[in-house]
Design a protein around this ligand. Structure first.
Ligand SMILES: Nc1ncnc2c1ncn2[C@@H]1O[C@H](COP(=O)(O)OP(=O)(O)O)[C@@H](O)[C@H]1O
Ligand SMILES: C=C(OP(=O)(O)O)C(=O)O
Ligand SMILES: [Mn+2]
Length: 531
C-alpha cells in the first residue's frame, strides 16, 4: 500500500498516537479499507454504500466557534454559538486521548479552494476510512509533488464515535462541531454525517476570504458556451446541485465558490448530490454517478442480495446523498474555475405558491433578496398541518457565515455595481396554490427558463411588474407553457392567492427589519409591498 509519510507529520502538530496511520490513500485503497473494516458495502455498479446512523443531516445547533481575542470582534455572534477557550481545551484534550485509543487512522492532506492564491491547506484526520474517502472526494486533491512538502494550515479531527460531554465541553448534546479559528483546528464528534466536514471547510474560507477581498458564496457555478459564468445561490434543496449539472454548460462546482478579482473558483473538487427520488430522465449526469466506482452513497437503500439501489426508498433518510469527484460530471471545468460572472441567479423553493418561476431583479432587488435568503419547506408530515414553513437564511447560507451579513452583502454590492451582471430570482418550488394542490416546478421547465435567461434571449420578451414584489416577470417564453409564468393564474381562486401573497410579503418585511440599518434607501425600497 502506498503510504508515504509526509515531511510534516502529526508529531509536528503535537499529536501522538500509537494508531497505524494511513496517509493520503487513494480511492481504491480507501474503498478497500472501508470494506475490510465493514464500514459499508459495494453496490452493483461500484459505488460504496454507507449508513450514517442517527445523524442524516447537519447538526446546526451543535456547532460552536471559540470566542477569544481573534474572534471576539470579527464573528457575528447573533448567528454563531460560542464556546470558551477552556471548553475547547478540554475538548481537544479528550479528542487527542481518543486518537490515542485507535488502532488505525486515515489522514488526508487537501486544499480548500481551487484558485492557488486563495486556497487553504487542510489536514483531515478520520477514524473512518469512508469519511476520509468522502472528504478526499469533496475537496481539492493536491498532486504527489504538492503532498510532499504539505504543511497544514488547518486541522480537522473527525471522530464520529466521540461523545461530547455537555458539562465538561459546554455542548448541547453528545454531538459537537467546534471551530477554533486562532488555533486553526476543527473538532467534529458524535455524528457520522459526512457533510459536516465539507461545510466546516466552507466556514473557514467564509471567515478568511473577505479579508482578502474575495467573496465567498454558497452557490453552484457553471460556464456557458460563450464563456459566460453563472452563479446559483440557494439554500439546501433549492436546486444548486441539480441545475448546475447541465450538459450545455461547463460545471465549475455545485456548492461553495469564491469570487475573486479574476475568477469564480470552486472551493471543492467534488459534488454532494441529493439522491432521493433522483430521476435518470431529469438529471442524467448525476444519475450516472450512481453507477460507477468512486461514488460514495450515504443512506441510500440497497438490496443486500442483488446490490441494486432503490433511490426512491427514504426509510434511512430523506436526505440521501451521493459524493463523487467533479470529473464524474462529463462537462466539468478542468481547473474548477471560470471567468467572473455575467449572471447571478438566486434560487428559492417557495412552498406558498406565490413567487413566479423566474423574475429579473434590479441590483437593489438582488441585494434585498440576497440579504433575505428566502426559501420554504412544505408543511410537516403531521396530519392537518397544511401551512408551508418559511425560512429566511441570510446570504442563502447563514449557518456557514461566521461574519456579519453586511460583510458578504457589501462584497456582492461592489461586484454588481461594476456592471455587466444580470440578476435573476428563480423559484424551483411549488406551483398551483395551497400545498396539497401544488406540484413542484418541473425540472425541465426550470432549466428552459434558466437557459433563456443565461443566453440572453429572455431579455427580448415582454415583462410585467409583479404587483407584490416589484420585479419583472416574463409574460411568455418560447418553449415554455405561459400558464406557469403567472403563479396567480395557477390558483383556483385568485383571492386566495392574494391573501397568501400578502402573508408572504409580511414575512419578508418582518425578517428584513434587522437589516434596515445596514442598507441604503434603494435596497429598502426594493422590499415587497402588500399591494
Ligand atoms: N424545478 C426544480 N429545480 C431544481 N430541483 C428540483 C426541481 N424540482 C424538483 N427538484 C429536486 O429538488 C432537489 C434539489 O436539490 P439540490 O439540487 O441538491 O439542491 P441544493 O444543491 O441547492 O441543496 C433535488 O432532489 C431535485 O431533484
Ligand atoms: C451539504 C449540504 O448542502 P446542500 O444541501 O446545500 O447541497 C448540507 O446542507 O448539508
Ligand atoms: Mn447541493
Amino acid at each position: 500500500m502506498v503510504n508515504r509519510v509526509p515531511s510534516h507529520g502529526l508529531d509536528d502538530q503535537g499529536i501522538s498516537t500509537p494508531a497505524s496511520l494511513y496517509w493520503n490513500l487513494n480511492t481504491a485503497q480507501l474503498v478497500e479499507q472501508a470494506l475490510v473494516r465493514e464500514e459499508g458495502v459495494l453496490a452493483k455498479d461500484g459505488p460504496l454504500v454507507v449508513k450514517t446512523g442517527k445523524h442524516t443531516g447537519r447538526s446546526a445547533q451543535d456547532k460552536f466557534i471559540v470566542r477569544d481575542g481573534e474572534t471576539e470582534g470579527t464573528i457575528w455572534w447573533d448567528n454563531n454559538k460560542s464556546m470558551s477557550s477552556a471548553q475547547f481545551d478540554a475538548l481537544r484534550e479528550d479528542f487527542l486521548a481518543e486518537l490515542g485509543s485507535k488502532d488505525s487512522l486515515f489522514v488526508a492532506d487537501l486544499y480548500g479552494g481551487s484558485q492557488p492564491e486563495h486556497r487553504v491547506r487542510v489536514r483531515v484526520i478520520n477514524e473512518l476510512a469512508w469519511h476520509n474517502l468522502f472528504i478526499r472526494t469533496l475537496l481539492v486533491r493536491p498532486d504527489a509533488h504538492e503532498l510532499e512538502g504539505f504543511a497544514p494550515e488547518f486541522t480537522i479531527i473527525d471522530l464520529p464515535s466521540f461523545r461530547a460531554d455537555p458539562a465538561r465541553h459546554g455542548t448541547r448534546s453528545e454531538t459537537v462541531i467546534a471551530v477554533n479559528l486562532s488555533e486553526r483546528m476543527i473538532l467534529i464528534g458524535g455524528t457520522a454525517y459526512a457533510g459536516e466536514m465539507k461545510k466546516s471547510v466552507f466556514g473557514i474560507l467564509n471567515y478568511m476570504l473577505p479579508a482578502k477581498g474575495v467573496m465567498p458564496m454558497h452557490c453552484s457555478a457553471n460556464i456557458g458556451p460563450n464563456g459566460d459564468t453563472a452563479v446559483f445561490f440557494g439554500l439546501s434543496g433549492t436546486g444548486k446541485t441539480t441545475l448546475s449539472a447541465d450538459a450545455s454548460r461547463t460545471l465549475i462546482g455545485d456548492d461553495e465558490h469564491g469570487w475573486s478579482d479574476t475568477a469564480v473558483f470552486n472551493f471543492e473538487g467534488g459534488c454532494y448530490a441529493k439522491m432521493i427520488r433522483l430521476s435518470e430522465d431529469a438529471e442524467p449526469e448525476i444519475y450516472a454517478t450512481t453507477r460507477r466506482f468512486g461514488t460514495v452513497l450515504e443512506n441510500v437503500v440497497i438490496d443486500p442480495e442483488t446490490r441494486a439501489l432503490d433511490l426512491d426508498d427514504n426509510s434511512l433518510a430523506e436526505n440521501t446523498r451521493g459524493a463523487y469527484p467533479i470529473e464524474f460530471i462529463p462537462n466539468a471545468s478542468a481547473d474548477n474555475m471560470g471567468p467572473v460572472p455575467k449572471n447571478i441567479v438566486m434560487l428559492t423553493a417557495d412552498a406558498f405558491g406565490v413567487l413566479p418561476p423566474i423574475a429579473r431583479l434590479t441590483p437593489d432587488q438582488a441585494m434585498y433578496h440576497f440579504l433575505s435568503g428566502y426559501t420554504a419547506k412544505v408543511a410537516g408530515t403531521e396530519i392537518g398541518v397544511t401551512e408551508p414553513e418559511a425560512t429566511f437564511s441570510t446570504c442563502f447560507g447563514a449557518p456557514f457565515m461566521p461574519r456579519h451579513p453586511s460583510v458578504y452583502g457589501n462584497l456582492l454590492k461592489e461586484r454588481i455595481a461594476k456592471g455587466g451582471v444580470s440578476c435573476w430570482l428563480v423559484n424551483t418550488g411549488w406551483t398551483g396554490g395551497k400545498y396539497g394542490v401544488g406540484k413542484r416546478m418541473p425540472i425541465k421547465a426550470t432549466r428552459a427558463l434558466l437557459n433563456a435567461a443565461l443566453d440572453g434571449s429572455l431579455n427580448a420578451v415582454e415583462f410585467r411588474k409583479d404587483p407584490y414584489f416589484g420585479f419583472d416577470v416574463p409574460v411568455s417564453v418560447p418553449g415554455v407553457d405561459s400558464a406557469i409564468l403567472d403563479p396567480r393564474g395557477t390558483w383556483a381562486d385568485g383571492q386566495d392567492y392574494d391573501a397568501t401573497a400578502r402573508k408572504l410579503v409580511g414575512l419578508f418585511i418582518a425578517n428584513f427589519a434587522k437589516f434596515e440599518t445596514h442598507v441604503d434607501q434603494g435596497v429598502k425600497e426594493a422590499a415587497p409591498h402588500a399591494a
